[in-house]
Design a protein around this ligand. Structure first.
Ligand SMILES: NC(=O)c1ccc[n+]([C@@H]2O[C@H](COP(=O)([O-])OP(=O)(O)OC[C@H]3O[C@@H](n4cnc5c(N)ncnc54)[C@H](OP(=O)(O)O)[C@@H]3O)[C@@H](O)[C@H]2O)c1
Length: 271
C-alpha cells in the first residue's frame, strides 16, 4: 500500500483490536503509509509486543496500549496514555467478537448484551472519547469495521447480526451529523475474512459436524458472493480508501476478491 494519508503534523491513528487479524493488517497498512499508530488489545503487554513487531517491520512509530472497549475506566486510561503520544486524527473501530447461538436459546439474551457491549457500545465509547479532539481541529476520520452481518441475516448468529446492524445504523446517522464539521464516519462490511475469528468459527463447526477443516474453509469461502475468503490485505486497502476519502457515510462491501462501494455518503464539509 503506497499512498499516504494527508498528514496533519503530529497526529496519529488509533486501531482498536490491533493485535491480530484485520486490526493488525490495518495498523500495518497505516504504518507502511508513514502514519504513526497506537494499537490496542485487552492485554497491554500483548499490545506492546504487537506494536514493537510492527515498528521493527515498518520503521514507523507504533505504540501498544491496553484497552477493553467495554469499560469506561479502561477507555479513560487509554485516552490519558495517548496524551504522551499524539492527537488521534484517524480512528479505526475494529475490536469485536462473534459467537454462535440459536435465536431462541435461553443464553441468547446474555450473549446479545455481551456482543452489544463490544461491537456496538465499544465503538460509541471510543468515538465519544476521541471525537472532541477531532471537532476541535475540524478534521478527522472514523472507520467502523462492521460486517456483511450489518447488511443481512445469517442463521445462528442473530445477536452478532443485531450488534452489527446497530453499529451500522449509528454510523449512518453520525456520518451525516459529522460531515459538516469536517469529520468522516464510514464503514467496512466484509463477508467471511481469513482471520483467527474465522479459524475459531471453523473449529466450532468442526467439533459440531465432524467435517474437516479444509472442507469447512471451502464451505465458508463458498458462502461469500465472491467465492473466496476475503483477505486481511483487502480489508486494509478498503480501510485506507475510507481514511483518505473526502466523503462521510461511505460503505464498502467486501465479497472476496473484490470490493464495491454500496453507499456513497455525502461530501465532508457540506452543510
Ligand atoms: N473474520 C471475519 O470473517 C469478519 C467478517 C466481518 C467483520 N469482522 C469484524 O472484524 C473485526 C476484527 O475481527 P477479526 O476477524 O480480525 O478477529 P480477531 O482476529 O479475533 O481480532 C479481534 C480483535 O478484537 C479485540 N477485542 C475483542 N474483544 C475486545 C474487547 N472487549 N476490548 C478490546 N478489544 C477486543 C482482540 O484483541 P485482544 O484479544 O488482544 O483484546 C482482537 O485484536 C471484528 O469487529 C469483527 O466483527 C470479521
Amino acid at each position: 500500500m503506497s499512498s499516504e494519508l494527508p498528514t496533519l503534523d503530529g497526529t496519529a491513528a488509533l486501531v482498536t483490536g490491533g493485535t491480530s487479524g484485520i486490526g493488525a493488517a490495518i495498523a500495518r497498512a497505516l504504518l507502511r503509509a508513514g502514519t504513526p499508530v497506537a494499537l490496542t488489545g485487552r492485554d497491554g503487554e500483548g499490545a506492546a509486543r504487537a506494536a514493537q513487531e510492527l515498528l521493527d517491520e515498518t520503521g514507523t512509530e507504533c505504540v501498544g496500549l491496553a484497552l477493553d472497549v467495554t469499560e469506561d475506566a479502561s477507555c479513560a486510561a487509554m485516552v490519558a496514555a495517548l496524551e504522551g503520544f499524539r492527537p488521534i486524527e484517524w480512528l479505526v473501530n475494529n475490536a469485536g467478537f462473534a459467537e454462535t447461538m440459536g435465536s431462541i436459546s435461553p443464553g441468547n439474551l446474555d450473549l446479545a448484551r455481551r456482543l452489544m457491549e463490544v461491537n456496538f457500545f465499544g465503538p460509541m465509547r471510543l468515538f465519544g472519547a476521541l471525537a472532541p479532539g477531532m471537532l476541535e481541529r475540524g478534521s478527522g476520520r472514523v472507520v467502523q469495521v462492521a460486517s456483511s452481518a450489518a447488511l443481512q441475516g445469517y442463521p445462528y448468529v442473530s445477536s452478532y447480526v443485531a450488534s452489527k446492524h446497530a453499529l451500522m445504523g449509528w454510523t449512518r446517522s453520525a456520518a451525516l451529523e459529522c460531515a459538516p464539521k469536517g469529520i468522516g464516519v464510514s464503514a467496512l462490511c466484509p463477508h467471511y475474512v481469513d482471520t483467527p475469528m474465522t479459524d475459531r468459527s471453523i473449529e466450532t463447526m468442526r467439533e459440531k459436524t465432524g467435517r474437516s477443516e479444509e472442507d469447512l474453509r471451502a464451505f465458508l469461502a463458498g458462502q461469500n458472493p465472491g467465492g473466496a475468503l476475503v483477505t486481511v490485505d483487502e480489508v486494509a486497502e478498503a480501510a485506507m480508501d475510507l481514511l483518505r476519502s473526502d466523503r462521510s457515510g461511505v460503505v464498502h462491501e467486501l465479497i472476496g476478491g473484490s470490493t464495491a462501494v454500496i453507499e456513497e455518503g455525502v461530501p465532508i464539509g457540506a452543510r
